[in-house]
Write a protein that binds this ligand. Structure first.
Ligand code: SME
Length: 162
């Protein structure tokens, strides 16, 4: 069993730093994509307050297909350029959505979701692995510290499956 101690801090930078350390510990020594993606999604879902979905959409060469996640069942396939996930995949830039109802084309998988952050996952050779998506039931849940923290977590994840 992995030791995942509860991180008690109001400081987001500290929270993400400790979470990145836990992620690298859990993913170390394993390179299997599904195994590491599943444990990564579970780690983040249980460590971060005020979120209702965390998981992966993986690029199959044509579109994004839902991968390992925590939360309610989600839409399975998302075309590039569609929704927040498709925007992250096609622009290859993190999408930070303060209020999903203000995002043209947002795909509502769980009606509870009010804000969202999606980080593109790009391999060292420049090809797209997929995206990492986290949803919150609160408007404005994610800010620039979350963006930096999530991007660092994704670097840890991508290193593990490289
Ligand atoms: N809201 C996303 C779809 C995926 S769910 O949030 C799990 C989007 O607009 O791409």
């Amino acid at each position: 069993m992995f030791e995942t101690t509860t991180i008690r801090t109001d400081d987001k930078a500290t929270l993400y730093k400790e979470l990145a350390q836990q992620a690298s510990g859990i993913l170390a020594g394993e390179t299997n994509l599904v195994a590491n993606a599943a444990n990564f999604a579970a780690l983040v879902f249980n460590a971060l307050p005020d979120i209702n979905w965390s998981g992966f959409y993986l690029f199959d060469g044509t579109e994004l297909v839902v991968g390992p996640f925590q939360g309610k069942p989600a839409c399975v396939r998302i075309a590039l350029g569609r929704g927040v996930c498709g925007a992250a995949a096609s622009t290859r830039e993190t999408q930070l959505v303060v209020d999903v109802h203000q995002f043209e084309g947002h795909i509502a998988c769980d009606a509870a979701s009010q804000s969202e952050i999606v980080v593109p996952l790009v391999r060292a050779d420049g090809t797209l692995l997929g995206v990492w998506d986290v949803d919150s039931p609160s408007v404005g849940r994610f800010d620039d510290e979350d963006r930096a923290g999530m991007e660092e977590l994704c670097r840890v994840f991508m290193t593990s499956v490289a």
